[in-house]
Design a protein around this ligand. Structure first.
Ligand code: ZN
Length: 148
């Protein structure tokens, strides 16, 4: 069920599409701040991962919650044309799974960051620190320093 009215849904969809690259930019800058080296868009790799951390044999995909069906409120299904949407969503999810399996078979670690995880810098930083814990030095962030 859609939590938005049709007109509101249109606005939300436009916003999602328009800001397409923002979550990716946020992830890039945070990965950079953490001192991890990366390349963009691994053209030769399955699914062209958004970030490629060759040294760590890791790739990062930044997924929009709506298109890639994250289990969160950004991924509400539009009320109109349910068959159209469910086919589209299914294709996206299946492609994500296929690409992930291919990359893992090639020995890559696949990290998927969701759009909603990029909205708060602290959340994103903690998430990336957890993913790359063994590569990073001791944390000096405010978020971690305030932990008991
Ligand atoms: Zn989400």
């Amino acid at each position: 069920m859609d939590v938005f009215s049709p007109s509101k849904r249109r606005k939300v969809m436009q916003a999602i599409r328009g800001k397409d690259t923002t979550p990716e930019l946020l992830v890039r800058s945070m990965v950079h701040r953490l001192g991890l080296r990366f390349r963009l868009h691994g053209q030769k790799l399955p699914g062209k991962p958004d970030l490629v951390l060759a040294k760590h044999r890791s790739v990062i995909f930044v997924h929009g919650c709506f298109w890639h069906r994250h289990d969160c409120k950004l991924a509400a299904t539009p009320k109109t044309r349910p068959e159209f949407w469910s086919a589209k969503f299914r294709a996206n999810v299946e492609r994500d799974q296929r690409v992930k399996a291919q990359l893992e078979k090639l020995g890559w670690r696949v990290v998927e960051i969701w759009e909603c995880e990029t909205r708060r810098a602290e959340t994103l930083e903690l998430r990336l620190r957890q993913e790359f814990a063994e590569r990073l030095g001791p944390s000096t962030t405010a978020a971690q320093a305030s932990r008991p």
